[in-house]
Design a protein around this ligand. Structure first.
Ligand code: PDD
Length: 280
């Protein structure tokens, strides 16, 4: 694979970063994952806007424009013949040549890395088969709206899910589901309303979520933004998740409790097909 590092396109094994990089030492870094379908970026403008916001919130300087970054993404797609999968971008606060908690001087160069990941998105088996989730406490920090690389808590949640015979975890805080370990969560009630948690600092403002709310409205699908509990999820007609890596995946069990008939629900399938229509 050819990867991007600070202005250069290099073979992955030649891309080297300092051991003092603050992304490595302090998770002082932000990231984005943009989906690629048919060699094209999905909702790049949305991902750029969120990246710019994450940088603003952390005082990280983003020197490249939306167009500069789009071109880097497109060049990597071309260099690696990527037709389907995603592009990972990470921007760190660089390094000051030692380990120091204090931010380095503002003119210190940042570290920007991008790489491609080839994988099935449109025909991923989980999109039809669904996934099993378990709930666990949300132990993350209080600015989950900023897309930082502090991902140990979600890694622990996924490991815990796996150890409990599930594919992923839904995180719970004060008795309510916040989001999945790396996705936004939805339940469908008996009257076919889709319920999802409102935006706040407690969840990542998903780019896929935003598109689904817009597409839902255009297609007469009712969304309600409110908190919901694990118990409501276990009793829901349908449960599903969204992210740039999954788009929309059905959830077929929550904490071992089967959802509906244990297969992908109608609204979930409809929403996924509407989303795919937009990206393909
Ligand atoms: N994760 N919530 C969390 C905690 C996430 O990590 C993600 C995405 C989402 C969905 O956001 P979006 O629709 O913009 O991808 C919600 C990415 C895919 C990842 O970490 O790989």
């Amino acid at each position: 694979r050819t990867v991007y590092l600070n202005g250069e396109y290099v073979p992955e094994e030649e891309a080297k970063i300092s051991v003092f990089d603050r992304g490595f030492l302090f998770a002082d870094a932000v990231y984005e994952v943009t989906a690629v379908v048919n060699g094209k970026l999905v909702d790049f403008a949305g991902h750029f806007a969120r990246l710019a916001r994450s940088c603003r919130e952390l005082g990280l300087s983003l020197t490249l424009s939306e167009n500069d970054l789009r071109e880097i993404h497109q060049r990597l797609i071309a260099e690696n013949d990527l037709t389907e999968g995603g592009i990972y971008l990470q921007l760190t606060r660089g390094n000051s040549g030692d380990r120091d908690f204090h931010f380095p001087p503002s003119q210190t160069p940042t570290t920007l890395v991008l790489f491609t990941q080839s994988r099935a998105v449109v025909d991923h088996p989980a999109a039809s088969k669904g996934i099993r989730v378990v709930t666990c406490p949300d132990i993350r920090w209080q600015r989950r709206d900023i897309k930082t690389v502090q991902l140990l808590a979600p890694c622990l949640a996924k490991a815990w899910a796996e150890a409990n015979g599930a594919d992923d975890a839904f995180l719970v805080e004060d008795g309510f589901i916040t989001e999945g370990s790396s996705c936004n969560c939805y339940i469908v009630t008996a009257d076919k309303t889709i319920v999802t948690r409102p935006l706040s600092n407690n969840i990542l403002h998903g780019i896929t979520r935003k598109a689904l709310l817009r597409l839902g409205e255009e297609h007469g699908i009712t969304f309600e933004e409110r908190l919901f509990t694990p118990e409501e999820a276990r009793r829901a007609s349908e449960v599903f998740i969204s992210s740039a890596t999954t788009f929309v995946w059905p959830v077929v069990s929550v904490d071992g409790q089967q959802i509906g008939d244990g297969k992908a629900g109608e609204i979930t399938k409809l929403l996924r097909s509407i989303y795919l229509e937009m990206v393909e």
